[in-house]
Write a protein that binds this ligand. Structure first.
Ligand SMILES: C[S@@+](CC[C@H](N)C(=O)[O-])C[C@H]1O[C@@H](n2cnc3c(N)ncnc32)[C@H](O)[C@@H]1O
Length: 260
């Protein structure tokens, strides 16, 4: 499925409908009265689309991605409020977090390894809102006897190295809860499943194609025939893909004692 602008546009309506509204609002409140939001792995600006309507007009955005073409699209959409930075998130010490009042990400945590997330939790002093991490669950209204095996193979693939070490895959939000709680953050999570009906048949096609490619790579022989049957049935079946949203709010630090 990759991170092409076409794929991000295709999944956008499902993402928008899936985000948990209460947690989104809580994240907006956590950003404070004069927000500077740093969006990690911003893609074409999905987090800005979701969050900006809930934030003050003069909110500043720092958009970070390692794909300049996606950043160009995001810059065109967000306009002057955005500072766009091409950077690899793998270098935690170089993340441009200065002055941030909220750090955000979406559809990113499941790609990242445990060490990265742990390092982020140790460095952050601002709230962290990470939406739409895949949680390992997929269900179809017209079950197929191969669904469970395909899901297991896909989940195995989700845990493989996506560039920075073995990815957290379906464990991302469970691990985020544990790692941020260990740093004293208050942690919140909410379900944000994709609900893909026949009206989203094109997204179902592309999704099942990507799932089958990944399952094949783990050695599952009948993933291709599964995908052909799923493709053919997409205009009369629905699919739920489990995702979760996550918010971590840092502890209130005691004010520095004034010395006379
Ligand atoms: C699944 S896309 C999500 C994009 C966007 N946040 C959204 O919700 O539509 C993951 C994004 O993370 C970026 N990304 C992945 N690994 C990265 C890395 N190591 N450094 C910087 N960006 C990365 C990709 O270029 C892509 O834009």
């Amino acid at each position: 499925m990759g991170f092409s602008a076409e794929w991000l546009a295709l999944r956008d309506p499902a993402d928008r409908a899936a985000r948990d509204v209460a947690l989104l609002q809580r994240a907006a409140t956590a950003a404070g009265p004069a927000p500077l939001v740093v969006d990690l792995g911003c893609g074409t600006g999905a987090t800005w689309h979701a969050l900006a309507p809930l934030l003050p007009e003069d909110t500043r955005w720092r958009l970070v991605d390692n794909d300049p073409a996606l950043l160009d699209i995001a810059r065109a959409v967000v306009g002057e409020a955005a500072e766009c930075i091409v950077a690899d998130l793998g270098d935690l010490d170089a993340l441009p977090l200065e002055g941030a009042t909220l750090i955000t990400a979406s559809a990113l945590l499941d790609l990242m390894p445990e060490a990265w997330l742990s390092g982020l939790a140790q460095r952050l002093e601002a709230p962290f809102y990470a939406a739409l991490s895949y949680d390992g669950r997929m269900e179809w209204t017209r079950p197929d006897p191969r669904d469970d095996a395909v899901t297991a193979a896909f989940n195995l693939h989700q845990r493989s190295d996506k560039g920075l070490g073995p990815a957290l895959g379906p464990d991302a939000v469970d691990r985020a809860e544990a790692l941020f709680a260990a740093q004293g953050f208050s942690v919140f999570r909410a379900e944000s499943p994709w609900r893909l009906g026949p009206d989203m048949a094109e997204l179902q096609h592309e999704l099942t194609r990507g799932i089958a490619v990944a399952a094949c790579e783990t050695g599952m022989a009948d993933a291709e025939s599964w995908q052909r049957d799923r493709h053919e049935a997409a205009d009369r079946s629905s699919c739920i893909v489990g995702h979760a949203d996550f918010l971590a709010v840092p502890p209130v630090r005691p004010r520095e004692t004034a010395h006379v």
